[in-house]
Write a protein that binds this ligand. Structure first.
Ligand SMILES: [Zn+2]
Length: 281
């Protein structure tokens, strides 16, 4: 019996099992895995070698929420943020605030995201907060009134579509996630030059920040791409989340909150090269 208990406990503390726990080894690393930047796995199940650090400040950007230690990315992501910020600055826009990228070796995050595991995802804020407090989402104004499902006109400005267009036109960018009401607004208001809208994908949340995802970079044969985006500007029925979808989502969120404590997240097994980073750190 004692032996059985021992075997079981060994199973439960295996690296794969520890991934999704709050004290995940991925959150404890302080140094990048050596080598040049390389990603292994998929956006929601993978890791990052040779991470680069985003500095706290640079021309056109400020990195925020540094205490979360998610200011690392693949070198292509860091380069994208820098050139994007400079382009915004050239247009006379104020500094863009950069939130979560990835942990120093990527991997599963103990809270906040399922993706952001490869160093190819970045959260960028639409606006500056009303106060100096940048730690809490509530301090940033939402572009969407989620009760009426309408754009908040006093927060929206021409800077929003200009910013998203600039990001979408970058060849390294694969997708940008925004709240579906924002996607709708773009579909209605963007004129003839609308091919960039294709990369802007409607999602839930993302009314205060947008999420930029880069393509798998060269030199990362183990990077698993997402399926490519369907042709067109994405302004057909896919941009309109039906009342039924919204209702279902709300019910699910409510139920999810209730039994989150009872039901742990489904555990995924990381690619072997990622698991090796934990076993032989
Ligand atoms: Zn994100």
């Amino acid at each position: 019996m004692i032996r059985l208990v021992l075997v079981l406990s060994m199973v439960f503390i295996s690296p794969a099992a520890a991934d999704s726990t709050r004290d995940s080894p991925w959150a404890r690393f302080s140094q990048p895995a050596p080598g040049t930047s390389e990603v292994v796995g998929s956006y929601a199940n993978g890791c990052l070698l040779g991470a680069e650090k985003l500095e706290v400040k640079g021309p056109g950007y400020q990195s925020i929420r540094r205490h979360r230690k998610r200011f690392f990315g693949h070198s292509r992501l860091i380069a994208f943020i820098k050139r994007f910020a400079v382009s915004l600055q050239d247009r006379g826009f104020e500094d863009i605030l950069v939130g979560d990228l990835s942990q120093v070796r990527g991997g599963p995050l103990p809270f906040g995201h399922r993706s952001h595991q490869l160093g190819l995802d970045a959260d960028l804020w639409f606006t500056a907060p009303d106060s100096k407090l940048r730690g809490d989402d509530k301090n940033f104004r939402s572009l969407v009134n989620v009760h009426t499902e309408q754009i908040n006109r006093d927060v929206w400005s021409d800077r929003i579509p200009a910013t998203l267009k600039l990001a979408a036109e970058d060849p390294d960018v694969a997708r940008i996630f925004v709240h579906w009401v924002i996607k709708n607004e773009l579909c209605k208001t963007v004129g003839e030059d609308r091919s960039w809208l294709r990369k802007v994908r409607p999602w839930w949340g993302h009314s205060r920040h947008f999420h930029v995802r880069l393509h798998c970079p060269e030199g990362s044969p183990g990077c698993v791409s997402q399926a490519s985006i369907p042709k067109g500007d994405g302004c057909g029925k896919e941009a309109w989340f039906s009342a039924a979808q919204v209702k279902k989502r709300k019910a699910r969120t409510k139920a999810g909150k209730k039994d989150k404590k009872k039901r742990p997240r489904k555990r995924r097994v990381l690619p072997p090269r990622c698991r090796a980073l934990i076993v032989n750190p």
